[in-house]
Design a protein around this ligand. Structure first.
Ligand code: SF4
Length: 322
């Protein structure tokens, strides 16, 4: 049984009277200790996907259909009270975007780390302090940080505290949404190395949500490429990066500079992502696709599976039919 099984997930928002289909029929699975990188342009639905898994959607958003199973238990239909007690932070947690604003400035780091332990595990204050210090050490921080306030820490230290908070109840899955945004490159590398270490040593499953394809190549076992609310390509890191099948994935990868190998001209994708209140018919990428065919604007492409690589594109459906 997969650790996380997402099946045909649909998450919608209302905005100015319209329905925005931010995630529309996304399916994927990850196993224990596996990491998944989810990439795509801004507005493709990757952050909404993370918020759906954590049940932290804003008031105008809701999961309209599909299943989210953790260890076989469907959490999509679980009520908020039960989810807060049994699942959020215990089985799945998140490293929020923007460490600078995710910490409460009027409480010490220790207070903020202890709070979930006291609430969920009903342990003594002394044990909560000891566990908090252990978790701080596991993310490479000195125990003195326990008594400090957020304003006394650098950006990189705050990010480590946010990671410690995500780990405090020993979850099996951690969602890291743009965990290195606004950090300098040295601190970025330290944060990524820390996530790799936690994955290796604690068997943590990580879902890394980012537009940075280089970051994903550092840490991910599997990769999902999202476009306009849909998972257009999914497979192992090697499959997706070495032989991308979907024209969108191909162009995304060719838009990233390479330091090694033969030099090549950087490519770009013309146009902008579609308005999800009224997405294009058929393949949502068809107005921007350099391989568009007549059928693409008329019908949704089926998802074709080759080995473990799944691609939603008519190019491969036609080939497999022939
Ligand atoms: Fe391009 Fe058609 Fe494939 Fe969509 S289905 S990515 S438009 S070739």
């Amino acid at each position: 049984m997969p650790l996380l099984d997402v099946e045909d997930l649909q998450t919608y928002y209302t905005a100015r009277g319209d329905v925005v289909k931010a995630v529309d029929g996304v399916s994927f699975q990850i196993e224990k200790g596996e990491s998944l990188g989810i990439a795509g342009e801004s507005g493709c639905g990757k952050t909404t996907l993370g918020l759906s898994l954590m049940k932290l959607l804003p008031p105008n958003g809701w999961v309209s259909g599909g299943k989210i199973r953790i260890d076989g238990q469907d959490i999509a239909t679980m009520n908020e009270n039960r989810f807060r007690k049994e699942v959020r932070w215990r089985k799945i947690s998140t490293i929020f975007q923007g460490a600078m604003s995710a910490l409460n400035p009027v409480y010490t780091i220790g207070h903020q780390l202890e709070e979930p332990l006291l609430y969920h595990q009903k342990i003594s204050k002394k044990d909560a302090e000891s566990k908090s210090i252990d978790v701080l050490k596991s993310v490479g921080m000195n125990k003195d940080v326990f008594h400090r306030y957020p304003h006394e820490l650098s950006g990189g230290m705050k990010q480590r505290v946010i990671i410690a908070m995500a780990l405090i109840l020993n979850p099996k899955i951690v969602i890291a949404d743009e965990p290195t945004t606004a950090l300098d490159v040295i601190v970025q590398a330290q944060v990524i190395n820390l996530l790799k270490k936690l994955k290796r040593e604690q068997g943590l499953s990580i879902i890394l949500i980012t537009h940075d394809l280089g970051l994903i190549s550092e840490i991910a076992d599997k990769v999902g490429i999202m476009y306009a609310g849909r998972m257009v390509e999914f497979g192992s890191l090697e499959e997706v990066y070495n032989s991308p099948k979907h024209p969108y994935t191909d162009k995304l990868l060719k838009s990233v500079p390479r330091l090694k190998g033969r030099k090549r001209k950087l490519e770009f994708i013309p146009g902008t992502p579609p308005d999800l209140t009224n997405p294009p018919t058929g393949c949502r990428f068809h107005p921007r696709c350099h391989k568009v065919m007549e059928i693409c604007s008329r019908q949704d492409p089926p998802t074709i599976i080759q080995n473990t690589q799944k691609t939603a594109c008519w190019l491969y459906a036609k080939r497999s039919e022939s």
